[in-house]
Write a new protein. Structure first.
Length: 490
């Protein structure tokens, strides 16, 4: 009998930057239980590390809380997502040998340059350069992604990596292989890399020891997950070609669906692959809500949103990078946060940061259009920032297009969807169909009349400022201006 026939729900686990979230979700999208546990890391300039043992402690706490709320619900399976590009070294049993270098750790720029010279299209903060840095700093070890640490503890055996997390470690998703000759030129032995499987593949079952620690029943199937950006895309239901999901959390990630890879010679847009073979192009920016937390650590977001509404547009113009360097919609390792003009007060500065993220989001969509990506499907907002009704509406206004917000905006929901799909036992089951049943739309947004035009001039100024600094290539600038002109004169 398939797990679908006996399960009450599926467990999704999200290893985020600041917390671990766990959701138990029923077949109709009802959240049966949820739990969270905080995570801390160490930041110092371009350095950003976390202790892998803390991940397991947080997973145990979050899972126990989520499952406790279900009062004995039968769990059909689980999947785990992590931050894209986070990597560490482990021994052959899966025991961590190094700290984990997080998704935005910037210490491997020299190694990234070496990898590009070897013919690999990688960015400075991707996992492969960091694996090189870790190997040079700590010695050889098994290259391991964030969720694999948790799956090892759950099943008792180091798993193969999923192709989604392996992408930024150099895995060729189009040909389903590691680029052996290029990795050899970098001095990396093929033996240091894990085997790779498609997301949704069964990896094993929860063992007795892990069951005692987490509260997850022993024997629960564990399926291969995806990165947090892809998990949020699953949670949005944006899985048919032309649909896009904009994930706004600490940083901004855009993920879409396309029938073929979206080719980008600069490498800032990359293509994951869904379990059913559909391509999931997208990119990860370094702007995001983290800029608000850095500037206003003790602020009440709801109060500040209400005050910011009086500043549309703001008297200042921001490109609110959370950490140095930009990854999408352009690659500029030397980029720094941008604030032009003098905000009138804290509310105006808050407004500038909110609007700056929205303007950057518009530039991301313009760049995707420049590359020929299909953009004619629905746009969905997910991520922690989607809890802000004001920011959601502001973004729709700036973008000049409708958007929808699901009831649950978390990557953990996407992992519950993937767990349900991976344990279906039905060859006719599809990932989009599973998501359609489990993703509930909470809000439909329409741009307010006249509001999009208010942000045309700030957007034009931002594009000019990014070009002046040498960060945004001229062809992209020209395309963004052309799209702006069409929007304001059409």
């Amino acid at each position: 009998m398939a797990a679908q026939d006996t399960a009450d729900g599926w467990l999704g686990i999200d290893l985020g930057t600041q917390s671990v979230r766990a959701l138990v979700v029923g077949a109709d999208g009802t959240v049966l239980g949820s739990g969270a546990a905080p995570l801390t890391g160490h930041r110092d300039g371009v350095r950003h590390e976390q202790d892998p043992d803390r991940w397991w402690q947080a997973v145990c706490a979050a899972s126990r809380t989520a499952l406790g709320a279900t009062r004995g619900a039968r769990i059909g399976g689980l999947a785990v997502c992590g931050t894209s590009g986070t990597v560490l070294l482990t021994d052959d049993t899966g025991r961590p040998l190094t700290p984990a270098l997080m998704y935005d750790d910037g210490r491997a720029a020299a190694e990234a340059a070496r990898a590009r010279e070897a013919g690999l299209a990688v960015q400075d903060t991707w996992a492969l350069p960091k694996a090189l840095w870790l190997t040079a700093t700590y010695g050889p070890g098994r290259i391991t992604h964030q969720p694999d640490v948790i799956v090892t503890r759950l099943t008792g055996t180091p798993p193969p990596a999923d192709s989604s997390h392996a992408l930024k470690t150099g895995y060729d998703a189009e040909h389903d292989t590691w680029p052996g000759s290029a990795l050899g030129r970098l001095g990396l032995s093929h033996a240091r890399f894990p085997a790779v499987v498609r997301p949704g593949t069964r990896l094993g079952e929860v063992g007795a020891s892990a069951a005692g620690a987490t509260g997850i029943p022993a024997g629960t199937p564990v399926v291969a997950g995806m990165t947090d950006g892809c998990a949020a895309q699953l949670a949005s239901g944006a899985l048919r070609p032309g649909a896009w999901n904009s994930v706004l959390g600490t940083t901004l990630v855009l993920k879409g669906a396309a029938p073929a890879p979206v080719r980008d010679p600069t490498g800032v847009v990359y293509n994951h692959r869904a379990p059913d073979g559909v391509w999931l192009p997208g990119g990860a920016s370094s702007v995001g809500a983290g800029a608000l937390a850095a500037r206003f650590p003790d602020a009440d977001p709801a109060v500040m949103d209400e005050r910011a509404a009086a500043h549309e547009p703001s008297g200042a113009l921001a490109y609110p990078l959370v950490s140095p360097g930009e990854r999408f919609p352009f690659r500029a390792p030397d980029a720094t946060p941008l604030l032009l003009g003098e905000p009138a007060d804290d509310a105006d500065l808050w407004a500038a940061l909110l609007q700056g993220v929205g303007l950057a989001e518009r530039l991301c969509l313009d760049y995707l259009h420049h590359l020929g990506a299909p953009l004619d499907g629905p746009l969905t907002f997910t991520g922690g920032a989607a809890r802000s009704a004001y920011w959601n509406q502001l973004r729709a206004d700036i973008l000049g297009r409708p958007a929808r917000v699901p009831q649950q905006t978390e990557p953990a929901l996407g992992m519950a969807v993937l767990a349900a799909y991976g344990t279906a036992g039905d060859p006719a089951a599809t990932l989009p169909g599973t998501a359609d049943r489990m993703v509930r739309v909470r809000t439909l947004l329409q741009p307010r009349p006249g509001r999009t035009a208010r942000f045309a001039e700030p957007y034009a100024r931002l594009v000019d400022a990014l070009e002046t600094r040498g960060w945004l290539p001229s062809p992209v600038v020209a395309h963004a201006r052309e799209r702006l002109h069409a929007d304001t004169t059409g």
